[in-house]
Design a protein around this ligand. Structure first.
Ligand SMILES: [Mg+2]
Ligand SMILES: [Zn+2]
Length: 302
């Protein structure tokens, strides 16, 4: 059982029946840090007008006060650093790990792909429950990327897409919920911009991989922006053209590069670990430093 589950689920022996009508005045000493289905899990008071964040995507009905959130984020990250030597990784879906297109927007020369869907593992066709039939194409190297990242990070999906759509994609990349569990944040939980407030980990230990930077107005220091993945042409798009399909390579594509970058980040974060002070470690300056070093190398300066 994970640390978060331990925090949220009371042991069987402690559980007692709650009848909200029998509860009198709120407990004077309780700050109601964790509230589930409007009842504080510590003092059992019914809490209306709760100020804090909802973590429905992890545990149904769960809310946390801002104080509890800060505490939980810190606790989860420190446990993860100390026990598993893992940081946290937040992954976007569209044009980062996959490319999805409505079949009506395919060029004539691409329509043969629809016939190939049955025999291909990297493309899925879907229509039920969605307004239009579409194709999802996996980015080359995505399986290996997830497998290796999982050794170094606890992973989240964070997408502007809807919940049902995210589940379809996850059936292709994580059918057994091995990599992400319930750590999947969609438009349902996050209708506006993306924010690390919804990720249960200390910001000092989170790396984001996303093709779009503008959706992260407050967390750019955590962002590794990846080249946008576009497999299909798109006849609704002005700059797209009907040309022969060339997919990214496994060895030299952006996901492979991102993996090598993340390995550097992980290695340097935990380098000389026993000498480091837990209160001052921070992945953000490290991301900046490694980016600059990679850039200098690419420019031939080093
Ligand atoms: Mg995207
Ligand atoms: Zn309480």
């Amino acid at each position: 059982m994970s640390l978060v589950e331990n925090l949220f689920l009371e042991p069987q022996s402690k559980r007692r029946k709650i009848n909200p009508e029998t509860i009198e005045s709120p407990s004077p000493n309780c700050n109601h840090w964790f509230v589930r289905n409007k009842i504080c899990i510590s003092c059992y008071t019914t809490v209306d007008n709760f100020e804090g964040r909802s973590f429905d995507y992890l545990y149904k009905g769960m809310q946390m006060s801002n104080e509890a959130l800060g505490f939980t984020k810190g606790l989860i990250s420190q446990t993860s650093w100390l026990e598993d030597k893992k940081l946290h990784l937040v992954l976007d879906l569209d044009q980062t790990l996959i490319h999805t297109i409505k079949t009506s927007l395919l060029y004539e020369s691409e329509k043969y792909i629809i016939e190939e869907v049955e025999s291909r593992k990297d493309i899925k066709r879907f229509n039920t429950g969605f307004p239009e039939e579409s194709l999802i194409k996996l980015r080359p190297f995505v399986h290996q990327f997830l497998k290796e990242c999982n050794e170094m990070f606890s992973m989240y999906v964070y997408t502007k897409g809807g919940y049902d759509y995210a589940r379809l994609v996850l059936e292709m990349i994580d059918p057994d919920k091995f990599y992400f569990g319930n750590r999947v944040i969609t438009r349902r939980e996050s209708p506006g911009f993306k924010t690390l407030d919804l990720v249960l980990a200390d910001e000092r230990g989170i790396v984001i991989v996303d093709d779009t930077s503008s959706v992260w107005p407050h967390d750019k220091k955590n962002l590794l922006q990846i080249a946008r993945y576009k497999y299909f042409g798109d006849k609704s798009c002005l700059f797209s053209e009907d040309k022969k399909k060339i997919d990214e390579s496994d060895e030299k594509g952006p996901l492979n590069t991102a993996l090598r970058f993340l390995k550097d980040v992980h290695e340097e974060f935990f380098y000389d670990w026993s000498k480091k002070d837990l209160d001052s470690v921070d992945v953000r300056p490290l991301l900046k430093e490694i980016s600059l070093r990679w850039k200098r190398k690419a420019d031939g300066v080093v």
